[in-house]
Design a protein around this ligand. Sequence first.
Ligand SMILES: NC(=O)c1ccc[n+]([C@@H]2O[C@H](COP(=O)([O-])OP(=O)(O)OC[C@H]3O[C@@H](n4cnc5c(N)ncnc54)[C@H](OP(=O)(O)O)[C@@H]3O)[C@@H](O)[C@H]2O)c1
Length: 326
Amino acid sequence: MNKHSILLTGATGYVGGRLLKVLEAQGHTLTCIARTPAYLRSRVAPTTRVFAADVLDQETLRPALAGMDTAYYLIHSLGESKGFEEQEKIGAQNFAVAARESGVKRIIYLGGIGNEREELSPHLRSRHEVGRILRDCGVPTLEFRASIVLGSGSLSFEMIRSLTEHLPIMVMPQWVSVLAQPIGIQDLIGYLVLALDVQIGTSEIVEIGGSDQLSYRELMNEYARLRNLKRVMIPVPVLTPWLSSLWLGFVTPLYARVGRKLIESIKHPTVVTSNRAHELFALRPCGAAEAIRAALENEDRKFAETRWSDSLSAGTPRSYGSYHIL
Ligand SMILES: NC(=O)c1ccc[n+]([C@@H]2O[C@H](COP(=O)([O-])OP(=O)(O)OC[C@H]3O[C@@H](n4cnc5c(N)ncnc54)[C@H](OP(=O)(O)O)[C@@H]3O)[C@@H](O)[C@H]2O)c1
């Protein structure tokens, strides 16, 4: 394994926070940027540098990017109330220019799986647009695209966990049958780390997923099975994703903004359609049951290592109600 000089963005977030610990353990020279550096400084190793920077302000990025060979772009603004597509676009453009001018050799970005031939939700459309900006910026960029991430602290997993734990009877709109290909957080981090040294000529898109394709409903069933919970799921085909997401936000304020955007984005299957990950990487990801089991073991600890709600952009989490509908 080669040692790298790495700029890590999104280290206060769910994926970036997990990656941070692994990169530190591997002994790379690590620099993080954060909008609230004081908060992050208390969570990093003494050898890790933390710069105050915001991707919406290009000048703040340059000092942090100086001398870096690799940059991880793990930023998104799911919690921002409006204009998030424009903000994500500007952030990616600023980062792309600053990375190129600083001589960065590789950008590694994690976005979302979605078939561009279908109508993408604003959330997925923005993930793809960010990827396009980075891939086209002149720095070879590896864009991973993933579906649901299964891990303690992940927004999608926490929604599944919360609903299945609290509701003996769940009303299920049709969209919960949409197929996904969830990936366990350990495997996801594995890909992100291996991406440091994998051979790529130019920019690439690599779809990644676990070994199972299943729907949100099947995921909840699997979760209930592993937790020995008896759950009744009643299909309600008339409830549109938009209405059900409004209702979800109403009864589960914790997910009010971010959960709604996530649910509105579940329109089409998010499954791996290319073999590129197998060609490039020796990693063979586990299935959903194993990933849920690993997340549950982590849940037994007092706190998950990082949670989506830790990031500033998630908004302020609040307590949630006792009756939910998806
Ligand atoms: N988690 C999943 O289930 C999942 C699934 C598939 C793909 N992904 C992709 O993985 C990537 C990371 O997701 P995540 O779940 O780790 O996100 P997250 O927990 O919401 O974290 C987002 C990060 O972005 C940072 N950020 C937002 N706006 C910023 C700005 N203007 N300048 C600097 N930093 C800013 C946040 O920092 P602050 O603390 O300052 O807000 C935070 O560290 C995203 O591209 C996402 O699409 C995630």
